[in-house]
Design a protein around this ligand. Structure first.
Ligand code: BEZ
Length: 224
């Protein structure tokens, strides 16, 4: 089965990109990484997504996340499309974005990574890439995967939000509840005994009483 599951190591592929040839593990280095795919160059939803991703690049950089996009067109097409994306953002139509775009002309990577959307095809009946987001940790393991069809654009604020959650929960024994935003209270993970939780979270652990009498809804202010 092609594709990646949570915990899988990122394949160390080589690819041509708008910033030259890369080897994926070298590209990631010790950083977090986000790999996001697009159906095709010069398409409307993709242009809005890449424009937003470019504007948010400083936010990803602040979080030590390296960004890289993928689409099934050539480097030359990508570079030409970058001008449109920059113009869409109200900037000079330069052939450069703050992150590289992989040219997966033969769909080799798209197949390997399980990115194709069978419902969206090009004029030759070949499937286009879906809107995949993979977030890799510094250990190069897959921490999050999002898969949208070509017809639904992603919410990049949500992607930043999940990066904040992934990074917080990677280092602290907490989980983030529904609709969590940075700064909100978090939940103590169920496997942590009460006594340890009290020591680990000096700002306090607040348990909500429930009809079952089970004390599993344990909140604590977001740890530093
Ligand atoms: C788009 O990016 O606008 C798009 C691409 C493929 C199918 C539908 C929409």
């Amino acid at each position: 089965m092609p594709g990646l599951l949570l915990g899988d190591e990122a394949p160390n592929f080589e690819a041509d990109t708008t910033q030259g040839r890369i080897r994926f593990h070298d590209f990631l280095g010790d950083s977090w990484g986000i790999l996001f795919s697009h159906p095709r160059d010069f398409t409307p939803v993709c242009t809005t997504e890449l424009g937003r991703a470019a504007r948010l690049a400083p936010e990803f950089s602040k979080r030590n996340v390296k960004m890289i996009a993928l689409s099934i067109d050539s480097v030359q097409d990508h570079l030409s499309w970058c001008k449109d994306i920059n113009a869409y953002n109200g900037e000079q139509p330069a052939e450069k974005l703050p992150f590289p775009i992989i040219a997966d002309k033969n769909r080799e990577l798209a197949v390997k990574l399980g990115m194709l959307d069978p419902d969206e095809q090009d004029k030759d009946g070949m499937p286009l890439t879906a809107r995949v987001v993979f977030v890799f940790g510094p250990d190069k393991k897959l921490k999050l995967s999002i898969l949208y069809p070509a017809t639904t654009g992603r919410n990049f604020d949500e992607i930043l939000r999940v990066v904040d959650s992934l990074q917080l929960t990677a280092y602290k024994k907490v989980a983030t509840p529904v609709d969590w935003k940075p700064g909100d209270s978090v939940m103590v993970v169920p496997t942590l005994p009460d006594e340890e939780a009290k020591k680990l979270f000096p700002k306090g652990v607040f348990t909500k009483e429930l009809p079952s009498g089970k004390k599993y809804l344990r909140y604590t202010p977001q740890p530093e």
